[in-house]
Write a protein that binds this ligand. Structure first.
Ligand code: NAD
Length: 468
């Protein structure tokens, strides 16, 4: 393919103040409030994406070596469906609600909840699913009636530049702006006061964002990463576990926040799991992963070097894979038997195609280790009998969990998604995306006729409580 793509160009930091002011002026002008205006923006955005499906596929190919099929399922088709779902439900979600469980004495005030936009929003995206993770929150914010600055990740520059073109071609420039750049531009953005910051990325940068939010009293949603465990008990089917976990690791060459970082496997199941993982690699990539069009590449040399260092410092035994090619940023799906939780492949989030297997004696040990390595990962994957998986669920924590599968829970576009503890705060997707950028404003209206009854609340208080 030689599709022409726009060029990535960082936004001049000096422009940021003007953009910020413009978006506040627009928000205060009330322009974003009518639902019809929001729906028009979303429809235009849908068409701008639709018109550029091929270009988006090409941009994702150049940035991440992403196969078009994967790009369509996880990014392009995903956001198109997201817009349709939001547009179909926006009226219902935005409707004023009568307050629930109102005590009799307050009924005359007719308490209700208005759904109001939070205001001017900053969205910072991650590189690995640059379309979905950038436009997903933007769609929610548009639906809620906010104005938005999106700063996509500079890590996927072709896609970032195309996202800017899409936004500029479809959305009202007075209300929606795409700012490009890396740390200097993000820092300049974070110096301003926003009404909401929505951040997807690493826990390290998440702390910087949370601090900035604290300094300006800005609510922050944090979608972070973690060291997600998969637990395979002695009652699990090793073939199913191998195929499903390889899918979860092979996708985007392991650069997926919800894929398992390490596998705790019952020691008796280990040899069967290794055999089935090797078989599954051959089945998924018959010509070998390097030659396969269905296997991606590492995003850039910095990430490639980090992953190489990580594997080099592991004390584990490579059972399969291990091949790396710096020039094409290829890393093979690599099965490693490790013996300790301090191994680099378990202790850190790899965000690459490593499959570390840590054998355990029993389920007690697996649960203890999972809780010790990271007590609040983004995802958890449990394979085994119903009794096993129920026990794992009730004795661990995580943002979400899939039983007998890789990250299926996170593949549901209409159900809320988010972390807990170190893996994040807040959630979005489906109705949760609308709620994420909405303030539930409680309103009462006290009628004049009730004044004589209200006198009970006015001083003097003497004699108004029987016992005092
Ligand atoms: P990252 O933290 O390096 O970058 C994310 C965003 O933050 C980018 O837009 C980047 O420009 C900006 N940024 C980077 N350094 C900054 C700084 N010092 N100050 C202000 N802004 C800064 O993350 P990444 O490498 O793009 O993504 C990988 C990480 O994100 C992994 O930890 C992964 O688990 C996590 N992630 C989480 C989710 C989720 O939904 N929970 C999704 C994807 C990725």
């Amino acid at each position: 393919m030689d599709t022409k793509l726009p060029e990535f160009k960082a936004t001049a930091v000096e422009q940021i103040e003007g953009i910020h002011k413009r978006l506040y002026d627009t928000f205060h002008s009330q322009k974003t409030k009518p639902l019809s205006w929001r729906v028009t923006q979303l429809r235009k955005l849908w068409w701008a994406i639709k018109d550029r499906e091929q270009q988006l596929g090409e941009a994702l190919q150049r940035d991440l070596g992403r196969p078009f099929y994967e790009a369509y399922l996880t990014e392009i088709g995903w956001v198109l469906n997201d817009i349709i779902f939001v547009v179909s439900n926006i009226e219902k979600w935005a409707k004023e609600e009568g307050a629930a469980d109102v005590p009799f004495t307050f009924k005359a005030m007719r308490p209700r909840v208005r759904k109001e936009p939070l205001g001017v929003v900053l969205v910072l995206g991650a590189f690995n699913f640059p379309v979905q993770l950038s436009l997903g929150p933007v769609i929610g914010a548009i639906a809620a009636g906010c104005t938005v600055v999106l700063k996509p990740s500079e890590g996927s520059p072709y896609t970032a530049a195309l996202l800017q073109e899409i936004m500029e071609a479809s959305l009202d420039p007075e209300a929606f702006v795409c700012v490009q750049g890396a740390i200097p531009e993000s820092t300049a953005l974070l110096e301003r006061k926003w009404d909401k910051i929505f951040y997807t990325g690493s826990p390290t940068v998440g702390k910087i964002i949370a601090k900035k939010g604290a300094e300006t009293l800005t609510p922050v949603t944090l979608e972070l990463g973690g060291r997600n465990p998969a637990i395979i008990t002695k009652n699990a089917d090793p073939r199913l576990a191998a195929r499903r976990l390889l899918w979860a690791k092979g996708l985007n060459a392991g650069q997926v926040c919800v894929s398992q970082n390490y596998i705790l496997v019952d020691k008796d199941v280990l040899p069967f799991l290794v055999k089935e993982l090797k078989t599954a690699i051959k089945e998924f990539y018959p010509e070998g992963p390097k030659e396969s069009k269905d296997y991606g590449r590492i995003v850039n040399s910095r990430s490639f070097d980090r992953l190489k260092k990580m594997l080099d410092s592991s004390e584990g035994e490579i059972l399969h894979g291990g091949e790396m090619d710096a020039e094409t940023k290829y890393i093979a799906p690599t099965i490693v038997r490790v013996s300790s939780t301090s191994d680099s492949l378990v202790a850190d989030e790899s965000f690459g195609p490593f499959i570390p297997l840590l054998p355990v004696d029993n389920l007690d040990e697996a649960i203890r280790i999972a809780n010790q390595v990271d007590s609040t990962p983004l995802g958890l994957y449990a394979f085994g009998s119903k009794t096993d998986t129920n026990r794992i669920l009730s004795e661990t924590r995580s943002g979400g969990a899939s039983l007998n599968d890789g990250f299926t829970h996170a593949s549901l576009p209409t159900v809320e998604f988010g972390g807990v503890g170190d893996s994040g705060a807040g959630c979005y997707r489906g109705k949760a995306s609308f709620d994420c950028f909405t303030h539930r404003r409680v309103v009462t209206n006290t009628p004049a006729w009730i004044e004589s009854l209200l006198s009970v609340r006015y001083p003097p208080y003497k004699g108004k409580l029987a016992q005092y």
